[in-house]
Design a protein around this ligand. Structure first.
Ligand SMILES: [Fe+2]
Length: 183
């Protein structure tokens, strides 16, 4: 395998050599708590961009690594901040490393009933051990940008996306965030 090189302008989102995947509001149907607010936002703009994942990966082979840069737009559905779907890896014995580059976020980590939140700001590095489901939430008013690496054959199990026990909501006075139970 030849060395791979990609570039990404964090401000404009312009890329070279990276695969780009977009997640719009429509694709996050059923994941936000406030269904009425979701319907309202969807009616306004069904293809509103929530986040993008840029990938540099030679092959889905255990010898390789998958590198991603994720950019989550600022925004809410009702009071709930925009987030990534969140997942476990299909190969559960997969660890992952996150490095926050820009913006302010929370990383939600969950293993069975054990839930942790990690504040993400530029320079925050998190080692996510195997078997912890993970979702990232943009709690700021600018795009949240982070870099991540995991084994290339890990795969994604999105069943975890409906099973997070905590939700991150904007405070009533719009200053900061609060953590609520999902169920
Ligand atoms: Fe992951």
């Amino acid at each position: 395998v030849e060395p791979l090189i990609g570039t990404l302008d964090f401000d404009s989102g312009k890329t070279d050599g990276l695969k780009r995947e977009q997640k719009t509001l429509r694709e996050l149907s059923g994941l936000f708590a406030d269904e009425a607010a979701f319907a309202l936002e969807l009616a306004k703009d069904p293809s509103r961009l929530v986040y993008e994942v840029f990938t540099l990966q030679p092959d889905e082979n255990a010898a390789h690594l998958a590198c991603h840069v994720t950019i989550i737009q600022p925004g809410t559905v009702g009071k709930e901040f925009f987030f990534t779907k969140g997942h476990l890896h299909q190969i559960q014995e997969t660890a992952e490393i996150y490095l926050c580059i820009k913006g302010t976020g929370l990383l939600l980590l969950q293993r069975e009933s054990d839930v942790r939140t990690v504040k993400m700001q530029p320079g925050t590095i998190v080692y996510i051990p195997p078997r912890w489901a993970h979702r990232t939430i943009n709690i700021g008013d600018t795009p949240l940008v982070f870099f991540s690496v995991h084994r290339a054959d890990a795969g994604y199990d999105y069943r975890a996306s409906t099973q997070f026990l905590k939700r991150i909501l904007k405070k009533h006075n719009n200053e900061g965030y609060e953590i609520h139970n999902s169920f």
